[in-house]
Design a binder for this molecule. Structure first.
Ligand code: NAD
Length: 418
């Protein structure tokens, strides 16, 4: 990976600019430049054909200043230590932006889960869990789903951790199925948070959701939910894509039909419907629309894409979808970016609700989950807007500034041990 696309360098570069913008001294945020703990594991898995494969895995805890570490687990062939470090750092900031009492962590296994059978995926998950077990736990570090993992994987993590401790411990992981301690509304929470932020932007800029067009990159958990919910609010979703390619329809795509298709495992390159034409992911990112929602992976909006894209604003549903160079181009072009650590925080907010329910051994109604999520997201949105105005900085720097100030205050109050 070139330094330019190293997501940890992206994090460090924005951190420095945000700290300078709000006048923080280097000493105040120096510790945030380094993850507190990095664990690398080699995970042996017996494959269905009897052979043994070794997969590289990681768990990184970036900060625990504000509470237990919190962050997802990714199964993807591009997982590497710098990516996991960046994702862990963004989790620290994200939890601080929405002001929930967590630090940040992330884990990952370098694997293409689509090439594994369900039994192999289960064995990989259980062995990986056993190998990171010393550093996770409901009071220490609480994983959750990310790219390539889902509620079933979380259920296996909970079961493995529980079996190794001799009793059921729901709170070790969030994003589980509701039958085994998961919260209603968690699976949709990240996409719902993206919808809440998008509608708040439209409301505060006096725009009617029924008059805007939207393009969504990535039709996984986050992108698909965001597309479905925005479609329900009347937005015209003109383009969507997945790893195989994209679809475009000027009069608006039939999002419920496409959502049902991808949920059954269909690839968009094979999707067919009247007036729908196939486009590349580059065409998805640069095509005409009012709002662009990247909801796939890092580094999708490069400087070249930023020069050409036609969207009027960007809502980052993915983590780190915009490179530092692209950010500069977008700022010059006057295209606002509502950053990942704010826009996709809905998932960790409802993860927090799930953990609270687990610790208290009670369950919330879906309405309570969704209403409380909305309150938390809108409050965080307004705090970022105020910071942006106060320091005349873009929304990304403002969100970082809100977060870094909160983490640094916690660090200062706790002091340095010993
Ligand atoms: P997912 O695995 O459910 O879906 C990923 C989607 O992206 C799939 O549709 C895949 O086909 C598509 N994709 C992959 N590579 C692509 C490419 N090069 N171009 C276009 N599409 C591509 O993952 P997810 O959980 O939806 O996560 C998506 C993003 O949201 C990630 O950046 C993740 O870190 C972030 N995120 C997820 C959550 C969560 O709760 N799941 C929370 C916060 C942030």
């Amino acid at each position: 990976m070139s330094d330019k696309y190293n997501p940890y360098n992206n994090f460090l570069s924005v951190l420095k600019r945000a700290a300078q913008a709000v006048g923080l001294h280097e000493n105040d945020y120096a510790a945030l430049c380094y993850p507190e703990r990095e664990l690398k594991v080699s995970v042996p898995v017996r494959m269905d054909n009897g052979s043994v494969r070794i997969f590289e895995g990681y768990r990184v805890q970036h900060s625990t200043s504000r509470g237990p570490a919190k962050g997802g687990i990714r199964f993807h062939p591009d997982v590497n230590i710098d990516e996991v470090k960046a994702l862990a750092a963004w989790m620290s900031l994200k939890c601080a932006v929405v002001n929930i009492p967590y630090g940040g962590a992330k884990g990952g296994v370098c694997v293409d889960p689509s090439t594994l059978s369900a039994a192999e995926r289960e064995r990989l998950t259980r062995r990986y869990t056993a190998m990171i077990l010393p550093i996770i736990g409901p009071e220490k570090d609480i994983p959750a789903p990310d790219v390539g993992t889902n509620a079933q994987v979380m259920d296996w993590i909970m079961d493995t951790y529980s079996m190794m401790n001799g009793y059921t411990i729901h709170g070790v992981v969030t994003g589980k199925d509701p039958e085994v301690g998961g919260s209603v509304g968690r699976t949709e929470a990240t996409g719902r948070g993206v919808m809440i932020v998008t509608l708040e932007v439209l409301r505060q800029t006096g725009q009617d959701p029924k008059k805007v067009t939207v393009a969504v990159q990535g039709m996984g958990n986050v992108g698909c939910t965001a597309a479905v919910l925005l479609h329900e609010k009347g937005c015209r979703i003109v383009a969507v894509s997945d790893v195989s390619g994209g679809l475009r329809c000027e009069s608006g795509l039939d999002i419920p039909a496409i959502a049902a298709y991808v949920k059954k495992g269909g690839l968009l390159k094979d999707y067919d419907a009247p007036d729908v034409h196939h486009i590349s992911n580059d065409e998805l990112l640069t095509g005409a629309c009012d709002i662009l929602i990247p909801a796939a992976l890092e580094n999708q909006i490069t400087a070249s894409v930023a020069e050409r894209l036609q969207a009027k604003l960007i809502i980052e549903a993915a983590n780190g979808p915009t490179t530092v160079e692209a950010d500069a181009v977008l700022e010059k072009r006057g295209i606002p970016v509502f950053p990942d650590i704010l826009a996709n925080a809905g998932g960790v907010v409802v993860s927090y609700f799930e953990w609270v329910q687990n610790l208290q051994e009670l369950t919330w109604e879906e309405k309570d989950v969704n209403d409380t999520l909305k309150r938390v997201m809108v409050r965080a949105f307004n705090e970022v807007m105020e910071k942006s105005k106060k320091f005349s900085v873009n929304y990304r720097l403002a969100a970082y500034a809100v977060a870094v100030e909160r983490i640094c205050t916690a660090k200062k109050k706790r002091g340095i041990f010993p």
